[in-house]
Design a protein around this ligand. Structure first.
Ligand SMILES: [Zn+2]
Ligand SMILES: [Zn+2]
Length: 389
């Protein structure tokens, strides 16, 4: 007798051509963050046809959506779809595959809706991952309220269940001094460029006391108007990244102190621009990862070791800070293919991408079944979440 998981797997396979077509269509029409009008419409259309109830423009974000399948009172599980492209190199992050995998997981579950344990499944379309922080707006808009667990799958050159993400926060500085002729009356001036340079020197000294998994990098965005004028204004922008959220905010405070010290030393005034859309580090959920790995084994996929040193940032980290979340990596490109490259963009429509997308759709659907079937797994994930940092 075939099990529910076997039948869901077969349902995903039957939809293979439709899902691949959806992925290719999104790939051929790359849209930047918050402009994903076509991609979100195609996904909404597909999920409606599978029996989902669609809400467009959730949380006031025009290209976001939430598709819901309800079978009764039970856990609420979110499967996320990204679909924004990169400027000039299109779908070199493979978000077309993420979108099709999420839609495929939803479709596989919908096909067996009469046999699903009770609960609520949301397939959520999350725009603008590449710098726009779409998921942050959805969190603030309440889309993740009452959600028990969330998952998505990102393209990579290997199958890896968990990879850390660095938190990232941006901070801007504007210094104001006083202009004067740089040769005739330099003593009349207050040098705003010196304040920026001193800030960089202070940060350089801070850097040698920093943990190795943190990064601070900045640029000067205004360094004065002409060499014969003491610069009356200057500006710089810094990114502060760290694997630990508290450490990231602590470092950001230290960077601000570097600028404040420089302002005091040079006699300039300082305006600090703090952004409230930080991408947060990925909080690990061993409970959800355990279920995921069980399903990986069931499909005979072997997992590669975690990558410890090539770390980026994503707004899925923010989701992982509000509900138990996983973002496993799916193999959609040949070994050694870097993401955000033209080779990855080409791989995102290859037969390997189809294979990875279908496996990922099955894995997300099966992990959802685990969560709906086993209340103890949901409880474990929530307890671990509450206890972990
Ligand atoms: Zn990317
Ligand atoms: Zn990406």
């Amino acid at each position: 007798m075939s099990t529910l998981k076997d039948d869901i797997t077969a349902a995903v396979d039957r939809l293979g051509n439709d899902l691949e077509q959806l992925s290719h269509r999104i790939h051929a029409n790359p849209e930047l963050g918050y402009q994903e009008v076509k991609a979100s419409a195609w996904l909404a259309e597909f999920l409606t046809a599978q029996g989902f109830k669609l809400e467009r423009g959730v949380a006031g974000v025009e290209t976001a959506f939430r598709a819901t399948l309800e079978t009764g009172d039970g856990p609420t599980i979110v499967i996320m779809c990204e679909y924004d492209a990169l400027p000039s190199i299109g779908h070199a992050c493979g978000h077309n595959v993420i979108a099709a995998a999420g839609a495929g997981a939803g479709a596989g579950l919908a096909a067996l809706r009469d046999r699903l344990p009770k609960g609520r499944i949301h397939v959520v379309g999350t725009p603008a991952e590449e710098g726009g922080g779409g998921k942050i707006r959805l969190i603030r808009g309440g889309v993740f309220n009452g959600v028990d667990a969330a998952m998505m799958c990102h393209g990579w050159d290997k199958w890896i269940a968990h990879q850390d993400l660095l938190g990232i926060v941006r901070v801007g500085f504007e210094f104001t001094g006083k202009a004067a002729h740089a040769s005739a009356d330099p003593w009349e001036g207050v040098n705003a460029l010196d304040a920026v340079i001193q800030t960089f020197n202070n940060v350089s000294m801070l850097r040698q006391q920093m943990r190795p998994d943190a990064r601070i990098h900045g640029i000067i965005t205004n360094g004065g108007a002409a060499p014969n004028i003491i610069p009356e204004s200057s500006a710089a922008m810094f990114y502060v990244r760290a694997a630990d959220l508290d450490y990231m905010w602590a470092l950001q405070k230290r960077v601000i102190a570097c600028a404040e010290g420089a302002a005091r030393a040079t006699g300039c005034t300082l305006k600090v621009t703090e952004r409230d859309d930080a991408y947060e580090p990925m909080k690990r959920s061993e409970a959800l990862l355990g279920a995921w790995r069980g399903n990986l084994g069931r499909l005979g996929v072997s997992e590669s070791p975690e990558v410890k040193d090539r770390l980026g940032s994503s707004d899925v980290g923010n989701v992982s800070q509000v509900v138990p979340t996983i973002q496993p990596l799916m193999k959609i490109a040949p070994d050694g293919t870097p993401i955000h490259s033209r080779a990855f963009e080409a791989a995102a429509v290859s037969p390997l991408a189809r294979e990875g997308m279908l496996i990922a759709a099955k894995l997300m659907a099966m992990t959802t079944v685990d969560l709906l079937t086993d209340p103890a797994l949901v409880t474990r994930a929530k307890q671990e979440f509450a206890g972990a940092r």
